[in-house]
Ligand binder design. Structure first.
Ligand code: G3P
Length: 284
């Protein structure tokens, strides 16, 4: 499974790239806002020059790592125009720009045309601009995006879990683990679902199944990932990619057993063994 970094913070991108295990980067308007706020709050109160900042992000990721940049408009025409602007302005930096388009742009008040996202995905894909269809909450939305030619779809794992927890009336922290096998109602013992899905992991699993069944050449980027156990589960259900916040990526490497093993092995090192690494001595 490929790992993308879900961040617009340049320092995080550079650090994560230096570990050699990151295959791409995803941004969205909320992550760009956070990066701008972080920069403004930094010691020198630097202001963000958006154009040059995005160019640095693309260069930091490098040629082999796709970077998703999201459109701001909500109508098909606006999204198509903005997708082309972003692609033409930024792809020359490192040939790695992917345009992120919401699968549907209808808002909570019901404003908008439900299929404008799909129309924009279709048009940009026809122009050979790679598209990542975002804000995917059902496998059928993913299927529509793939049929429209999206190169990637981004199911929002953690936000599906949030919706189930809210239905259940649970208090929770964003980073809390939510079981892939779902949860049941206290009294009835019936599964609590979001539109028939028992968890965000199930959303990814069903999407992967459908894409395999119909041999759709669209990669699944599991997004809205909240903790490292979810990455294990995403890998088990065959997600092509997981896009992961920096803190979760760092957490993936941690385990108390590893730490205490390091303590034990370090304290058991005997001088004769250490002497093997003393090149001067062993060469004598
Ligand atoms: O990639 C989508 C992601 O940034 C949203 O994550 O945790 O706000 O649901 P989250």
């Amino acid at each position: 499974m490929k790992l993308f970094l879900d961040s617009a913070i340049l320092k995080d991108i550079r650090d994560a790239m230096s570990w050699g295990i990151v295959d791409g980067v995803t941004t969205n308007p909320s992550l760009i806002k956070k990066a701008a706020a972080d920069l403004a709050a930094s010691a020198d109160g630097e202001e963000l020059n958006m154009e040059s900042y995005i160019k640095q992000v693309l260069a930091a990721a490098g040629r082999m790592c796709p970077v998703s940049l999201e459109v701001a408009g909500r109508s098909a025409d606006e999204m198509i125009e903005q997708g082309k602007i972003l692609y033409e302005r930024f792809d020359p930096v490192a040939s790695n720009v992917v345009i992120k388009v919401p699968v549907s742009t209808v808002n909570s008040d019901g404003d908008g045309d439900p299929f404008d996202g799909i129309v924009a995905i279709e048009e940009l894909s026809d122009e050979k601009i790679p598209v990542n269809a975002t804000l995917v909450f059902t496998p059928e939305q993913a299927l529509l995006a793939a049929k429209a030619g999206a190169e990637y779809v981004s199911p929002f794992v953690g936000r599906v879990d949030d919706r189930i927890r809210k239905t259940a009336g649970m208090d929770f922290e964003k980073s809390d683990y939510f079981p892939a096998s779902g949860i049941v109602q206290d009294e009835s013992h019936e599964m609590i679902t979001d539109n028939g899905l028992i968890s965000g992991i199930e959303l990814v699993a069903r999407t992967v199944d459908i894409f395999h069944q119909y041999e759709l050449e669209c990669e699944v980027i599991a997004a809205s990932v909240r903790n490292s156990r979810q990455i294990r589960e995403l890998a088990s259900v065959g997600s092509d990619i997981a896009t992961v916040p920096f803190s979760v990526l760092r957490d993936m490497i941690n385990h108390p057993g590893t730490r205490s093993g390091v303590d034990a092995f370090s304290s058991d090192l005997v001088d004769d063994y250490l002497a093997l690494f003393n090149v001067e001595e062993s060469g004598e």
